[in-house]
Ligand binder design. Structure first.
Ligand SMILES: Cc1cc2nc3c(=O)[nH]c(=O)nc-3n(C[C@H](O)[C@H](O)[C@H](O)COP(=O)(O)O)c2cc1C
Length: 191
């Protein structure tokens, strides 16, 4: 069976560089045989996590939808923008809501045993590298296996062609390879 991968960027911005980057990794995963669901977090708006709200109303409907998506996929492809040297609020808030157990659910059920490949793009010189350190640590601590390879695309405002590829052919291949590597790993784990 083809490995199932859920892919998204940690940005809601229409012209997001990370939304462009994730599409390249998705193409690499699909070419390697994965069944990929690419989502836009803009389509799943969530309130800021609030314990009182959760106690009163439970998991918001979009949190439930995201949780079901996580449960239905074995792998994750995430392109994570860097804000103030770290993870964006929208990505952290998504992780926080999805991590909350619904009644009868085991803790961290929808992260446990998942495998993730990470990448980032930024107009800055480091390409979001510092954020990847934080995202990696967060995901590892909630039982997600993170593959060692990653790509950080610097100078992102100049890095893409009009058709959405990366101008640097080596970098394009490296991002496609991230998707392929995740697919092959999942095939070996779940094949
Ligand atoms: C609040 C804020 C903080 C930012 N901090 C950083 C930063 O620390 N490092 C960096 O490389 N870019 C930083 N940026 C620039 C983002 O990388 C840039 O807005 C990028 O386009 C966001 O990703 P996106 O294009 O996928 O939305 C910051 C942007 C915002 C809005």
């Amino acid at each position: 069976m083809a490995p199932h991968i859920l892919a998204f960027a940690g940005s809601t911005r229409t012209n997001s560089f990370n939304k462009r980057l994730i599409k390249i990794a998705v193409a690499g995963a699909r070419a390697a045989g994965a069944d990929v669901t690419l989502i836009d977090l803009r389509d799943y708006p969530l309130p800021l996590y609030d314990g009182d709200l959760e106690e009163r109303e439970g998991l918001p409907a979009n949190g439930r939808k995201l949780k079901d998506l996580f449960l239905a996929h074995q792998g994750l492809l995430i392109s994570a923008p860097e804000y103030n040297s770290s993870i964006t609020a929208v990505l952290k808030n998504t992780i926080d809501w999805v991590s909350r157990p619904v009644p009868g659910e085991a803790p961290l059920n929808c992260f446990d045993g998942k495998v993730v490949a990470l990448m980032s793009a930024s107009p800055g010189a480091l390409g979001g590298l510092r954020c990847l350190v934080h995202v990696r640590a967060i995901l590892q601590n909630i039982r997600v296996l993170t593959i060692p390879e990653q790509v950080a695309v610097s100078n992102a405002s100049e890095a893409f062609t009009a058709d959405g590829s990366l101008k640097d052919a080596k970098q394009q291949a490296a991002v496609e390879a991230l998707g392929a590597k995740l697919t092959h790993l999942l095939s070996r784990l779940h094949g």
